[in-house]
Design a protein around this ligand. Structure first.
Ligand SMILES: [Zn+2]
Length: 278
């Protein structure tokens, strides 16, 4: 939340200069919106029963904040798409209450959000599996992108795996015979992706993931849908797809909860999402 601090400082100083009233108003409104998210986070600490996206008392998300997670899944291909990227399906943009909810679940261990977030991932999985099933080949398998060992230790488990279990159960309930197989592992350390452009991210990730030899038989000749929480540049999903294909799997699609976007369409922006790189 360090990035929020300058907003409040700018708001206070700008408001003292009448020539900057317009900017001050805009900044103040932005600060208020950011403040709602901060208040939501604080509320989570003192009264974990409230909404993770705003100060409303409904837990874990109020009806307004749940809305963006209930949208139908749509393809969310970053521009430019890295070579080998399976087609990602997403239900929401990675901003506002969706970003707040993902971070609360992942960074602050708010497990009650696994319900709505897992359901959203499930909707994306159903859509991705529907596309993949149009050309059926072998078993239908969902493979989550792994968190690093350090992240799992820091967070007391793998938050994405919790969501993946719910998503897979939902997809099975909707008639997709998909099995969850968490067979991907991080085979070497990677640098923090913050500040890296798309090509640097791809180089940073090359060869970072693998399916251990003993597990390759599980995905060989299977149709694999990758699962992650957010797609930004697509570098992580492309590397995960490379690793699964190296083990003999077919990877036509991926399912994520949210995609970074700008001006109404999904596209790449250079921010670090809470992917396995964190
Ligand atoms: Zn809310």
């Amino acid at each position: 939340m360090a990035a929020d601090a300058p907003l409040f400082h700018r708001s206070a100083s700008a408001a003292s200069d009448p020539r900057r009233d317009h900017d001050a108003g805009r900044v103040a409104a932005s600060a208020w919106r950011e403040g709602r998210l901060v208040l939501g986070a604080l509320a989570d600490l003192v009264a974990p029963g409230g909404c993770a996206g705003c100060p409303a008392p409904e837990a874990p998300l109020c009806a307004d904040c749940r809305g963006p997670l209930l949208a139908p899944a749509a393809p969310a291909v970053p521009t430019p798409a890295p070579p080998g990227l399976p087609r990602p399906w997403a239900v929401a943009a990675y901003d506002g209450v969706v970003r707040a909810a993902l971070l609360a679940h992942k960074e602050r261990g708010r497990r009650s959000l696994a319900g709505p977030l897992g359901t959203a991932l499930g909707a994306a999985l159903v859509a991705a599996a529907g596309e993949a099933s149009a050309r059926p080949a072998g078993d239908l398998v969902a493979v989550p992108v792994p968190s690093s060992a350090a992240a799992r230790r820091a967070r007391g488990g793998d938050p994405l795996l919790r969501l993946a279990r719910r998503a897979t159960a939902l997809a099975r309930g909707r008639g997709q015979p998909v099995r969850l197989l968490p067979v991907l592992h991080q085979s070497r350390a990677v640098a923090d992706a913050a500040g890296l452009d798309a090509s640097s991210r791809a180089a940073n990730l090359a060869g970072a993931l693998a399916v251990p030899t003993g597990h390759a038989v599980l995905v060989r000749d299977a149709t694999v849908i990758l699962l992650d929480d957010v797609v930004t540049t697509g570098a992580t999903l492309a590397e995960a797809a490379r690793a699964v294909r190296a083990a003999g799997g077919r990877v036509p699609a991926a399912a994520v909860i949210a995609a970074t976007r700008r001006r109404g369409s999904f596209r790449r922006v250079d921010v670090s999402p809470p992917g396995f790189l964190d």
